[in-house]
Every structure is written in C-alpha cells, then in structure tokens.
Write a new protein. Sequence first.
Length: 251
Amino acid sequence: MKDIKSYIAENKVPNHIAIIMDGNGRWAKLKGKPRVFGHKNGVTAVREVIEGCGEIGVNYLTLYAFSTENWNRPALEVKTLMSLLVSSLKKELKTLQKNNIKLNAIGNINLLPEKVNIELTEVIEKTKNNTALTLTLALSYGSRDEIVNVIRNISKKVVNNQIKIEEINENIINNHLYTFSLPDVDFMIRTSGEKRISNFLLWQLAYAEMYFSDTLWPDFRKENLFEAIIDYQNRERRFGKISEQIEKINE
Ligand code: FPP
C-alpha cells in the first residue's frame, strides 16, 4: 500500500495548523493509570506532529498546552504538567536547533512558575533565528483573556492619543493579540472526540477549517495528522465567497 504521506498535495499544505491536544486523562484512565501518565505519554504525540509538520513543510504549528482554566486542576496535575514542560524544553532544544524550528509562546506567560519561564525564555532566545517551522506553545492561554488584554492595551493608546478611535480596525486588533507575529490559522485539529473550541484562538480561527479526531492525544501519530491534512485538502475554502469566484482565483 502507498504511504499515506504521498497522498498529500504539496501545494495545498496548510500554512498554520493549531491543535487542541485532548484526551490525555481518559487515555490514562483506560489503562488504569493516574491522569499524569496520560500527559507524560502525550509528549510522544507532540514530537510526532512536530516531525510530521516538518516533513510536509507546514510553516506554523500552534499547540494548546495549558489553558487559563487548567490552573483549576488538582495541584499535583498542574505541577506535573509544569515539570513536563521544563524537562521537554531542556531535552528538545538540540532537536529544535537541528531541525531549524523556532519556539514561540502565547498566553499569560508571567503566571507560569519561574522555572518554566526561565527555560522557555532561554529556548525562545536560542531558536529565534530558525526559519523552518514556528512552533507556538499556548501556555496559560485563554482567548477571552487575550481579547480583554487587547482592549485594555488599545484603550490605553487611545487615552494617550497614540491611536484615534476611528483608526481601530482588524489590523490594529491583530497587532495587539498574543499572536501578532503569526498568520491566521488555516486548520484546527482537536483530538479525543470532543467538538468544542474551549477558549482557543477565537479571533484567529475565524476562517479555519475544523477537524475532530476520535483518537486520544497520546495515541495521535504522524499518520493521523496526514489523514487530517488530506481531509483538509479535499475541502473548498470559500471565505464567504461562492464556488465560481474561488475557481476564478485559482485559475
Ligand atoms: C488535555 O488532556 C491535555 C492537556 C491539558 C495538556 C497537554 C500537555 C501535553 C500533551 C504534555 C506536554 C506538552 C508539551 C508541549 C511538551 P486532558 O487532560 O484534558 O484529557 P481528558 O479530557 O481526557 O481529561
């Protein structure tokens, strides 16, 4: 049988993929293990999707690693997730460099424990000149929190006469989001069968295609990613236009 990757059209690879990595807890429970076992095994899936994106030339990959709501989880789970981040960042720096991957973070990073913050800042700094794939980790991220911040920051500029109210447009809003340096998301994947956005990139997903996989995150592999991308490539993105207009643009 032909390798699934060979069915991917090179000229239609999504530029920016965002993933809600869901199902770690359920995966662990099915195995009779504590929830944190699922998170630990989720790291393998993270590596797989990064590698897969690299192989087919995706430029931006954004992973929902920790939401503003996740702070409300049991203390031990939060602690394990934070330790996992530190150890993964330490372990993966070499691989990021070797594969020309630039690390980026979005969210209320100041709320993260100092250890995570230090490690994160170091890896971001060391990989800042890499050009193949931009890997963004959403950490202590919530889209509503992000939008509140945008409104506060733009309002301050209005009060200080740096921006006029009439000048506020989509571009100015984009430039004040945590994602100011990233393009819009083309393709959003959520694993584990849940069909929700859960406060993830509400503004940035405006025209994204959505894909919901029943696979639990720790089981997600490159092949699952490629299957999702093939599904994406068979869709028609109309951005509010009609089919005939899109066909004209593509002519
Ligand atoms: C959701 O599953 C997953 C998370 C809240 C954390 C994701 C973290 C990782 C995959 C590990 C570390 C990440 C990096 C970037 C190194 P869940 O716990 O909500 O699962 P459930 O819905 O089955 O309970």
